[in-house]
Structures are given as structure tokens and as C-alpha cells.
Design a protein around this ligand. Structure first.
Ligand SMILES: Cc1cc2nc3c(=O)[nH]c(=O)nc-3n(C[C@H](O)[C@H](O)[C@H](O)COP(=O)(O)O)c2cc1C
Length: 199
């Protein structure tokens, strides 16, 4: 078993030196406007020092509209790149690969962040935990959502991350599109699985 855990693994162009990974955990240790803090880096340092082959960050919001929690870290603007670079540097010091998890919270957000216009989702199905009633994304807004993920991935690359992981689970926006319960759309982004998975 330990031999298998210590054997290398190729994931796309990324070579991992072992198979013990830290999965994404939203730490909420960033500043209130999403910048990396020493507190956040201190959480990651022991994992890197221990040589964890791959570390996935907690989910990072790709736009203010997609910010789901207070003190969540963001990857939504270029001025966040220097802090993100420090995060990469901590991980690389121990030889870990660092993967940025990109997310848009959709309707599952505690509070609308400054700079966000409104709470959106695939359809207007009320969120059971926070009680928010989202407004459905207009068709013309969908390219902007895609662009926000693409721009976030470009920032991850600029900061030196080894990869990105697109969060499509746990009730966030992409999950809201995937499941027919929250996706009642009748356009090309709803209906059968192919439509719901299109985004
Ligand atoms: C505090 C906490 C925060 C989490 N945040 C995220 C997250 O941001 N993104 C994600 O995909 N999973 C998140 N998860 C889920 C974990 O990555 C993991 O899938 C889950 O804990 C199950 O793994 P385990 O059985 O090894 O604990 C979180 C889990 C915990 C406990």
C-alpha cells in the first residue's frame, strides 16, 4: 500500500511524486476582500514542508458575484496575483504541486459581496440553507461566466500554479446547472444532461 502511495502519477502534463493529496478545503483565512494572508499561508506550510505531492486550494471565487463566504480567497482580479504567487512559493518550497480550485457560488452564497450585482443561478429555485432566491442567468450573461473562469485560470498560470480544478459539485453554480432540481431552463443550457452540462 505505502509503495503505491509513494509511486509517481502523471496527471496531464503534471507529474506528481506520490499519491497522497490534500483535497480542497475552504479555509476562510483570506482578508475580507479575498487577498492571501499570512494566516492562510501558515495553514498550508506544514503540508508543504511534509512534502504532500499535491495540494488543492480551498475554492477560490472567480468573480465577486461568485463569492460564497466571508474571508474566502479570491482569484477574481489581477491585484490578487502577488499574494497567490506567495501561496505557490510556500507549496513549492516543500516540493508540492499546487492546484487552484476555481468556483462560482451561484445561489449558494451567504451574503452578496461588494461589486456583485445580484445572486444568480440556472433558475430561480430558492436556496434552502441561506434562503436566497436567485435570479436566472440571462443567456447573454453566460459568456461572462465562462470568461470569469478563463480569466481566473490565466491568473492561476501567471501566479505559477501547477493546475486548476473547476468546482462542479457541492451545490455551487456549475452543480446548479448540472442538476435538474435547480436547472429548469428551456434554452440550450437546460433540459437533458447535455444541455445542463454545457456550461
Ligand atoms: C472545512 C471543509 C471545507 C471544504 N471545502 C471544500 C472546497 O472548498 N471545495 C471542495 O471541493 N471540497 C471541499 N471540502 C470537501 C473536501 O475536499 C473532501 O472532499 C471531503 O472532506 C471528503 O473527504 P474526506 O472523506 O477525506 O474527509 C471541504 C471539506 C471540509 C471539511
Amino acid at each position: 500500500m505505502s509503495e503505491l502511495l509513494q509511486s509517481p502519477l502523471q496527471v496531464g502534463s503534471m507529474r506528481l511524486e506520490g499519491r497522497l493529496f490534500k483535497s480542497a478545503t475552504s479555509e476562510t483565512r483570506a482578508t475580507s476582500d479575498g487577498f492571501v494572508t499570512d494566516d492562510l499561508l501558515a495553514f498550508y506550510e506544514p503540508m508543504a514542508v511534509a512534502g504532500t505531492p499535491m495540494i488543492v486550494t480551498g475554492n477560490l471565487y472567480v468573480s465577486p458575484q461568485g463569492k460564497s463566504a466571508g474571508r474566502q480567497a479570491g482569484i477574481d482580479s489581477d491585484d490578487k496575483v502577488p499574494g497567490l504567487r506567495e501561496w505557490v512559493s510556500v507549496a513549492h518550497t516543500g516540493g508540492s504541486k499546487l492546484v487552484a480550485q476555481l468556483n462560482h457560488g451561484g445561489r449558494q452564497i451567504a451574503q452578496l459581496a461588494p461589486g456583485a450585482d445580484r445572486i444568480v443561478s440556472a433558475s430561480d429555485v430558492r436556496e434552502p440553507l441561506y434562503g436566497t432566491k436567485p435570479s436566472p442567468l440571462r443567456l447573454a450573461e453566460i459568456p461572462g461566466i465562462i470568461d470569469s473562469f478563463a480569466a481566473a485560470a490565466a491568473r492561476a498560470r501567471a501566479a505559477g500554479f501547477d493546475g486548476v480544478q473547476i468546482h462542479s459539485a457541492h451545490g455551487y453554480l456549475l452543480s446548479q446547472f448540472l442538476t435538474p432540481h435547480t436547472n429548469r431552463r428551456t434554452d440550450g443550457y437546460g433540459g437533458g444532461l447535455e444541455g445542463r452540462a454545457r456550461l
